[in-house]
Design a protein around this ligand. Structure first.
Ligand SMILES: *Cc1c(COP(=O)(O)O)cnc(C)c1O
Length: 392
């Protein structure tokens, strides 16, 4: 019966029953007249979730990593310089991908737990008067550490320097759960995947592309074939599209928009805040070094000395059938992560907090049973959720 438990990993997320059903459709001829409305519904829904007033939404079969690769290869050329910060596993892997494609990455190394260094970026961009930097990469929500970065601040740094570099944002674990403003923030490429904030099975890469990025595409010389946006824009789907997932994506956008994006973001904030109260109740602290950096989609929790995060996650899975996120890279073993993105309610969050508490106590952590649960209960009782609508 452990498959009845929700997961608390920061993606893939729990899937609402209505979305599971929306993905489960009979085979459709994607060259028939039935497909375009389904495709357009998904794309127009994503535009609204990304807050895009202009540009294109690109959907293709891949995961978020394929979205990274597509964003980079469609807009840059071998030897181009890009600016990026390394402050967690995902920002690190995106840098590695760029390097493997022959880009020169100016890496700003930051401690894990910090966000993208906006002031340092501003200095580097201001000094780059020759405009050698062709793109700035920002991981909006660093899923390894539970840190949110200031994308609008990076846009201000670019504008203050009068710098024309493209702004590429990994929004894989933020979009759909935390506020994202593609047009207002001047984001040129926004990357996500179906299995995080959109609450679907993995399999679709979702990329928002600004008019400026579309223009950059024409001169970009990195090689691409499967990922070539020009084919996708010309043909709609140059190869067999993931029709079921696209149908699910249309339904997911409708679900988010029916709740209201502001309500969705408020829900994630409230749930995350309850998790953070629990962490404080345990006498522990988040890996994110300052409250302004706290992610509303995942909390990485620093464990007491002597408690191994990997062993803790294994134990939670074996003993209680519950999945938490293990620490990655530099913080492997030192943290464990509670994912709270996608489909989640106060009640589900409380079950995760309670299970984490049991697992930590079993492992010998100095955590009093009930301490985190009570702190979260207290917060949820006094900061009530919007009335719950019956699930479709
Ligand atoms: C999950 C994740 C990715 C990788 O996405 P995949 O779908 O696993 O390829 C990239 N960036 C961030 C921030 C993520 O959370």
């Amino acid at each position: 019966m452990s498959s009845q438990n929700p997961v608390f990993i920061p993606g893939p997320t729990n899937i609402p029953e209505a979305l599971r059903r929306a993905c489960d459709i009979p085979t459709m001829d994607h060259r028939s007249a039935a497909f375009p409305p389904l495709f357009e519904r998904a794309k127009s829904g994503v535009k609204r979730v990304l807050k895009m007033d202009e540009g294109e939404v690109i959907l293709f079969p891949a995961s978020g990593t394929g979205g990274w690769e597509a964003a980079v290869t469609n807009t840059l050329s071998p030897g181009d310089k890009v600016l990026a910060a390394r402050h967690g596993m995902f920002s690190m892997k995106w840098i590695d991908l760029c390097q493997r494609h022959g880009l020169i990455v100016e890496v700003v190394t930051c401690p894990w737990g910090e966000g993208a260094p906006v002031e340092r970026f501003a200095e580097i961009l201001a000094a780059d008067t020759a405009h050698e930097i062709k793109a700035v990469l920002v991981t909006h929500n660093e899923t390894a550490t539970g840190v949110v970065s200031d994308v609008a601040g990076v846009r201000r740094a670019l504008d203050a320097a009068g710098h024309p570099a493209l702004l590429m944002v990994d929004g894989v674990s933020s979009i759909g759960s935390m506020d994202f403003r593609m047009t207002e923030w001047g984001v040129d490429l926004a990357v996500t995947g179906s299995q995080k904030g959109f609450m679907l099975p993995v399999g679709l890469a979702i990329v928002g592309v600004s008019p400026k990025a579309l223009a950059a595409m024409e001169g970009a010389r990195l090689s691409r074939c499967f990922f070539d946006f020009r084919d996708m824009l010309k043909l709609g789907t140059p190869y067999t599209p993931a029709v079921g997932l696209m149908n699910g994506l249309g339904a997911a956008c409708d679900m988010l928009l029916a709740e209201g994006l502001d309500n969705v973001f408020a829900r994630h904030h409230r749930i995350a805040e309850g998790v953070r109260k629990a962490v404080a109740g345990w006498g522990l602290r988040p890996c994110a070094v300052a409250p302004a950096l706290y992610s509303n989609s995942v909390t990485a929790i620093v464990l007491p000395e002597g408690i191994d995060g990997n062993a803790l996650c294994r134990h939670a899975a074996d003993a209680y059938g519950v999945a938490f996120g293990a620490g990655l890279g530099e913080v492997a073993g030192k943290v464990f992560r509670i994912g709270h993105l996608g489909m989640l309610t106060d009640v589900l969050a409380l079950s995760g907090i309670a299970a984490a508490e049991m697992a930590m106590a079993d492992m010998g952590a100095p955590v009093t049973l009930g301490s985190g649960v009570a702190a979260a209960q207290d917060y949820y009782r006094t900061n009530k959720a919007a009335p719950v609508k019956a699930a479709a």
